[in-house]
Design a protein around this ligand. Structure first.
Ligand SMILES: [Zn+2]
Length: 76
């Protein structure tokens, strides 16, 4: 489970079930366990207004450097 936080205000944005190694380039919506984000059309924002990513339908394309994450990844 990863906790993804806004890099600007440090609030939680997602709790996310990450599978595999590497950077978080996108978040699949069906693996988002908790969603604290704010939506403005296809823009995915933190409640502080920081742009975190873009809604691409089944996934959210994450804007690098807009967020930090900590936690464990599931390796398959
Ligand atoms: Zn924020």
């Amino acid at each position: 489970m990863l906790t993804i936080k806004c890099s600007r205000c440090r609030k939680k944005v997602f709790k996310y079930h990450k599978i595999g190694k590497g950077r978080v380039l996108h978040c699949w919506k069906d693996r988002i366990i908790k969603d604290f984000s704010v939506r403005d059309g296809t823009r995915v924002l933190c409640s502080c207004g920081n742009l975190i990513g873009t809604d691409k339908g089944s996934r959210i394309s994450m804007k690098q450097n807009a967020f930090t994450f900590r936690g464990t990844k599931t390796h398959k």
